[in-house]
Design a protein around this ligand. Sequence first.
Ligand code: UDP
Length: 237
Amino acid sequence: MEKPAYARVLLKLSGEAFAGNGTSVDVDTTTAMAHEIAQVHADGVSLAVVVGGGNIWRGKVHEAAGMERATADYMGMLATVINALALQDSLERIGVPSRVQTAIAMNAIAEPYIRRRAIRHLEKGRVVIFAAGTGNPYFTTDTTAALRSVEVGAEAILKATKVDGVYSADPFKDPSATRFTQLDYLRVLELGLEVMDSTALTLCMDNGVPIVVFDMNVPGNVRRVVFGDPIGTTVSR
Ligand code: UDP
């Protein structure tokens, strides 16, 4: 039988992955995502998820409109909790056990983030959804993904996007843009490629966590990446 390339992965879903074609949260979209997760869960792969919140709120955008940055960022972290609960609901409706852990305590709706407990859940086959980012303003959920992946021992970060990898330029704007299949961290920084912000990327580099950027709109792609199919772009040493 085919064997997964990774025993434990961290899936990073940005806020836009929750919105479908509209804004906020689209239940059909979260249901489809849950099915993608269920496939790899059924293969026995240990799976943690970090959710973004950009479909609802982004701190920087509102700072530009005059808000205090820290307040706007806390609102962004709350937005990620909305997405996390939507994903949990979709997972549980199709029988995938899950837990949400938040970096900012809100005990009435989710567990607080406790690293050892998160690892225990993963060992027991539960999907763990990390919400509220790092709990600190001025950070992003990409940095959260880098941090949590190291903390729980994920072997790779699977970064789901709306394009099929990392390009030399924006493929939606520049038809001559070419896709990289493999990159090293420093090259990404050097070329200023949009993989993750530099804080997140540096953390991955320092700890040797590979990042696989792939298209989340193709059904079965999460499983393909987990089984080592050469789709998307891999950033590693
Ligand atoms: N955020 C934050 N600290 C964190 C993670 C997130 O302040 O550790 C805030 C920040 O305002 C950000 C928002 O939450 O804009 C939503 O997260 P992000 O932009 O990373 O979501 P994504 O782009 O993945 O949808």
